[in-house]
Design a protein around this ligand. Structure first.
Ligand SMILES: C[S@@+](CC[C@H](N)C(=O)[O-])C[C@H]1O[C@@H](n2cnc3c(N)ncnc32)[C@H](O)[C@@H]1O
Length: 468
């Protein structure tokens, strides 16, 4: 935080008056500078030109956009069919960039650039939304601090600053080195989260350029494996699949768990047993979401992610609870404490509509929902699950135990559904790579009302084995 505050102060001053000590000579393509206002060019603190790697029609995200020069260049390259989003944490920089955006739009004849306030290591958190909400919730004591933390978690899930799988190219011009070392891992995690399949990152550092292609290692492995990545298209294509629900509601069972919690293995054993019951996928869809809030107890859960912790917090707010715990079971969006000792999941007779997930290559999925009741706005959620995982835990509360996990979420994405006659449609892609150690992969798909977490309908199924 200390580093971040000094970076912010330095760039706040540099947004007000040009600061030569922060400038490096850069050879931009002069054609693109003609329409960029002089003030933006004078306050140029980049060290290279990542916009060269951008193509027409793409959606570009510039990390640490400053006064917006790279965004304004990229806006011309991507053209009116493309889009550019700049993210910066410094108000003074955002002020200059936002004030000049309409000038550039007028000179260009189209407006395709916007600037958002956020920290690049936390691209889900919209800082301006958070600031607006905090005006109603001033932090005066521990309780209001914890409430604010929860609110931030909820915003990350329900109104992310940059959505998952939304970006074709991430660019950054000499900003990664300004992020404090302990946040670097999260930063790379975030870059991979927002990039869509086949997306690229062009990251300029002071010395050299790094280019990354997004591939699909489990989230927990992304930061350490990025040097080994290959384009997703090189992985063997899988045969196509169709999963379809009936019109009565299939239950979604979410287990929030952690390898760092000694009371979790019995709950996981219960969830694993659901995999042996005949109602699997047709009556209930199980998903294990590993949370990261016990990671500090001595054992870092390799499948845990903050995304799942935030999701659990946001769900708990739905039943007015301030607390989250493990093992925590959520049945159709509601806390469910009666799972223990129960063989199976309560059945529903409610008619909600038919949900279909279809893919020809096992990677790109079309999700369709034909609701029984009145139409609204819907959102599709897709989780990639690893099955049959085993883990030797060497520290923490489960030290010395060999744990067996099933239905472990290794990726979770959501996409808004568009109306198409009487049905609603969304398209999304899931990771093509296998998780190390998994015996099988599966897909869980559910649909919610837009902006909600409680599922209306769910479906899922095992995926064909991919070639190793
Ligand atoms: C080196 S300048 C780059 C500006 C711009 N990309 C350019 O090429 O002129 C760094 C910018 O990154 C922003 N920045 C630094 N660390 C950041 C962080 N962790 N999150 C968001 N913005 C950050 C600063 O506010 C500043 O505007």
């Amino acid at each position: 935080m200390q580093t971040e505050r000094s970076v912010q102060q330095r760039y706040a001053a540099a947004a007000q008056a040009p600061e030569t000590a922060l400038c490096c000579p850069v050879d931009y393509d002069r054609r693109y500078l003609e329409i960029v206002p002089a003030e933006v060019i004078e306050k140029d603190y980049g060290c290279g030109d990542p916009s060269r790697y951008v193509k027409p029609g793409e959606t570009v995200l510039d990390l640490g956009s400053g006064t917006g020069k790279i965004c304004f260049i990229a806006a011309q390259v991507v053209g009116p069919q493309g889009r550019v989003i700049g993210v910066d944490m410094t108000d003074e920089m955002l002020e200059v960039a936002r004030r000049n955006a309409p000038v550039v739009a007028e000179r260009l004849g189209f407006a395709n650039v916007e600037f958002r306030k956020g920290r690049i290591q936390d691209l889900a958190l919209d800082l301006e939304r958070l600031e607006r909400a905090l005006k109603q919730l001033p932090i005066a004591d521990a309780a209001s601090f914890l409430a604010a933390e929860e609110l931030a978690g909820e915003l990350r899930v329900c109104a992310p600053l940059v959505a998952t799988d939304a970006i074709d190219v991430v660019v950054s011009n000499c900003v990664l080195n300004l992020v404090e070392p302990r946040a670097k891992r999260t930063l790379f995690d975030e870059i991979f989260r927002v990039l869509q399949k086949g997306g690229r990152a062009v990251l300029r550092r002071r010395q050299r350029r790094l280019r990354l292609m997004r591939t699909f290692f489990p989230r927990a492995m992304l930061a350490v494996t990025f040097a080994l990545v290959v384009p997703a298209a090189m992985h063997g294509a899988e045969p196509g699949r169709v999963f379809q629900s009936g019109s009565t509601r299939t239950a979604l069972v979410e287990l929030y768990t952690s390898e760092g919690c000694s009371s979790c293995p019995p709950a996981e054993a219960w969830l694993n047993r659901l995999g042996t019951l005949p109602g699997l996928w047709t009556e209930f869809v199980p998903v294990a979401l590993h949370v990261n809030y016990w990671d500090h107890l001595g054992w870092r859960d390799p499948w845990a992610s903050r995304q799942f912790t935030d999701r659990q917090r946001a769900s708990a707010r739905g039943w007015n609870s301030d607390t989250v715990y493990t093992p925590g079971v959520v049945l159709n969006g509601q806390e469910w404490r009666a799972w223990s000792g129960r063989n199976g999941v309560p059945r529903s007779s409610e008619s909600v509509g038919v949900l279909t997930a279809r893919s020809t290559d096992g990677v790109r999925w079309r999700i369709e929902f034909a609701p029984t009741g009145p139409h609204g706005q819907f959102e599709a959620w897709v989780a990639l699950l690893s099955r049959g995982l085993e883990s030797n835990v060497r520290a923490g509360e489960n030290r010395g135990r060999r744990l067996h996990h099933d239905f472990v979420a290794v990726a979770l994405v959501s996409a808004p559904m568009r109306k198409n006659g009487d049905t609603f449609r969304a398209e999304t892609a899931i990771p093509a790579d296998r998780s190390p150690g998994e015996s099988l992969r599966a897909l869980a798909v559910w649909v919610t009302s837009a902006g909600q977490l409680a599922p209306l309908q769910a479906i899922g199924g095992d995926l064909p084995r991919a070639p190793r």
